[in-house]
Design a protein around this ligand. Sequence first.
Ligand code: ZN
Length: 144
Amino acid sequence: MSHTVIETAGNGPLAGDGVPTAAPRIDPDQRGGLIPAGGIRDGVLYFQRCRWCHTATFRRLLCPVCGSTDMAEERSDGTGVIHHVTVVGRSAGRPRAMAIIDMREGFRIRARVSAVPLARACVGAQVRLGFGPQPQEIAFQLCD
Ligand SMILES: [Zn+2]
């Protein structure tokens, strides 16, 4: 009997589609100061890059590729391309676009995209970091 199934390791305990949200929040599974670095500070988006394999990630404790915990924080230039977009809140009458964005540096985040009309926030659209109505809320805006 030969088992040739190769399991891909290192994906870790990903919730849902595994794309971390850009919204500031405290997850119940991130106790005791284990909140990963990365996020918005002073209007700048920071992400992490593995010191071993140089994979860019956002708010992860472990490198998703090699499993290293040796991550360096880097500054993002705040631009990316919409990979996936969902319009939420239609029933409440205040629809908004929640997108998964492939950032230029190679990491992926989930964030709101401001667009008028909302249909302009489509897959492949270029976006840049902006801010929402709430302090610390990330809302990307379309690049013209
Ligand atoms: Zn790595």
